[in-house]
Design a binder for this molecule. Structure first.
Ligand code: NAD
Ligand code: AHE
Ligand code: ZN
Length: 375
């Protein structure tokens, strides 16, 4: 079949809207009509050529929601007409990691996913041979939600309730789940804890709403863009620190002062390795935990004095908020429908596919929280 998609032909170039060929689902796969997709900073990071796994040409996008239109042989967990959220972190429920119940990092298809292909080693997306070295267009994070139709393995879709609006719940496909999940699944923040969030964007604001949900005491937001303050307050931020005001070298001390010795939990949602160090070092001696959410540019490394860990601070990371996609995502959709979490106010911009490059511009200019493309 043919499908309309925004194609990333090469790094650092705008996406172009194309009609591309899409093969139908093979055994164990499903064809999904994507109705809406968010644009996450990770899409921008890959498009900017900063992803060590970045491949071109590719169809980016990993924060979608849509409807199953066709299933391949052997698919039993979903059927045509089911509403689903694609999962860049699948849940096979059979691999060592899934069975361990200790991590959400399912290994069933991670190898081929990182190579931009389906589990059988081939791509379902094709273009005219003259447009690329081969006529293959790579999948992205196993999702490629910047295409109106996409093919995913059955284990990489979460079936969700049918009364939930696609243009809102698409954000649960990454940002909402990552931010709230980092608080509740990865960090297990306790009521009364002091929490610091570095980076008040599409992820960080969800960390803030997660911290408020679990009854955190102080929720300190740190951002170099003062325009992020207002939205953060609305979502539960109690204190704001702007490194440009206090001085970048005084951020850690400012937080230690605000928290009577250090934060119980800190989260990096910037992807900047220098910020990650501040996030660790502002944690309380003896028990403070710092959770890395941000994705750093290829080649970057984190550093701190080992003494920081010797004296009890803990450095952790999280992917997709530690959520098990097929199990937890439908519950988070329920929380949204029951008004336990706010998604609507974080979606500051919507646009048709033709305007998708505007979403990247708004993000880089710091003017949006989340942009959602509606097909
Ligand atoms: P965003 O662009 O919406 O937000 C980033 C925020 O960080 C902005 O408000 C920006 O002003 C702020 N910032 C930038 N530099 C800063 C600094 N030096 N100090 C303080 N604040 C600073 O991006 P997003 O969509 O929220 O994504 C945030 C990060 O999380 C990205 O690195 C993204 O790739 C990553 N991410 C990781 C996961 C995961 O599963 N681990 C999931 C989604 C996104
Ligand atoms: N490809 C990068 C790593 C990118 C990365 O860490 N991705 C996160 C999700 S970001 C969503 O917006 C993730 O899930 N990581 C775990 C995984 O298995 O990819 C690189 O460094 O090569
Ligand atoms: Zn994302």
């Amino acid at each position: 079949m043919k499908t309309r998609a925004a194609v990333a032909w090469e790094a650092k170039k705008p996406l172009t809207i194309e009609t591309v060929d899409l093969d139908g689902p093979k055994a164990g796969e499903v064809l999904v009509e994507v109705i809406a997709t968010g644009v996450c900073h990770t899409d921008a990071y890959t498009l900017d050529g900063l992803d060590s796994e970045g491949l071109f040409p590719a169809i980016l996008g990993h924060e979608g929601a849509g409807i199953v239109r066709e299933v391949g042989a052997g698919v039993t967990s979903v059927k045509p007409g089911d509403h689903v959220i694609p999962l860049y972190t699948p849940e096979c429920r059979q691999c060592k990691t899934c069975l361990s119940q200790r991590s959400n990092l399912c290994t069933a298809i991670r190898g081929t996913q990182g190579k931009g292909v389906m589990p059988d080693g081939t791509s379902r997306f094709h273009c005219e041979p003259a447009r690329a070295q081969s006529n293959q267009i790579f999948h992205y994070m196993g999702c490629s939600t910047f295409s109106n139709f996409t093919v995913l393995p059955e284990i990489a879709v979460a079936k969700v309730r049918e009364d939930a609006p696609f243009d809102k719940i698409c954000y649960i496909g990454c940002g909402v789940t990552t931010g709230i999940g980092a608080v509740i699944y990865t960090a297990k923040v306790w009521p009364g804890a002091n929490v610091v969030v570095f980076g008040l964007g599409g992820i960080g604001l969800n960390v803030i709403q997660g911290a408020r949900m679990v009854g955190a005491d102080k929720i300190i937001g740190v951002d170099i863009n003062p325009a992020k303050q207002e939205m953060a307050k609305k979502f539960g931020m109690t204190h704001f620190v702007n490194p440009k005001d206090v001085g970048n070298d005084k951020v850690v001390q400012a937080i230690v002062d605000l928290t009577d010795g250090g934060a119980d939990f800190s989260f990096d949602a910037t992807g900047n390795v220098n910020v990650m160090r501040q996030a660790l070092e502002c944690c309380h001696r003896g028990w403070g935990q710092s959770i890395i959410i941000g994705v750093a540019e290829a080649g970057r490394e984190i550093a701190t004095r080992p003494f920081q860990l010797v004296t009890g601070r803990v450095w952790k990371g999280t992917a997709f908020g530690g959520a098990r996609g097929r199990t937890d995502v439908p519950k988070i959709v329920d929380w949204y429908m029951e008004k336990k979490i706010n998604i609507d106010d974080l979606i500051t911009h919507t646009m048709p596919l033709e305007k998708i490059n505007d979403a990247f511009d708004l993000m880089h200019e710091g003017k949006s929280i989340r942009s959602v493309v509606i097909f």
